[in-house]
Design a protein around this ligand. Sequence first.
Ligand code: DGL
Length: 276
Amino acid sequence: MAQQKKGGSIGIFDSGFGGLHVLRSITESLPQYNYIYLGDTARMPYGTRSQDEVYTFTKQAVDFLFKNDCELVILACYTASSTALRKIQQQYLPQKYLDKNVLGVLIPTIEDAVISTKNKKIGVLATEGTVSSGAFTRELIKIDPAVIVFEKACPLLVPLVEAGEHNGQTTKDILRKYLSPLLEQGVDTLILGCTHYGILKNQIRDITGPSVSIIESSSSLPLKLHQYLENHPEIEKKLGKKGASIFYSTGVTSRFQALGSQFFGKNIKVQKAFLN
Ligand code: DGL
């Protein structure tokens, strides 16, 4: 892994290692930048936590990444994007980081879903926290008031993926149970509204069949990030361009290294992070 040199980085934050799937596609499209990935594995899952807790933890993650020379932070975690991002952008950044920005994953995927749907029926699989925030339905309807959104909380998927069971029969059975009500409603577009679900895409595709478009952040985000940087030269010019990535986890780094390497698609070296 190349060593980080001068210049600011793009920070990617997720509650765990699911966001590495997103970082992988970003580094494939925009390999020139420096990235710092932070997974708060010690305190995940976020999907079952209160909005206040997710806000506090996300703020700590943003502090960590900005202290480590990030100029821009992307919340790759949907739970954090849907429950904490607005408050961070509207209250926290103006108080503490006037010249920096934090972006989420919700809007890029939503924009792609609205373009993709023909029958205006969009399904969303997400964590309990994301579904109960109502953010997907709220933001989708803002872009296209004619869409009908069917959201499904999937509390069993993150623990199964975490246990390395993404290919297991139990996972396939549970996926079928979660997807059935959405397919019965005739959704033609399905948003994978949780970073962990990207690794289940093939299993989900086997159940939906080819007629349903599957939208996930790892395909939506790279282009949106590229556009954002083009529109914000004041941030882009501060970014280092050594193509280096650094990985931090708040939890057990050896476990993160093993599972994270699967999500990232190549071996990673992980350092311990302490958030407060
Ligand atoms: N990273 C979270 C998300 O994308 C999923 C895992 C969790 O519940 O912490 O919603």
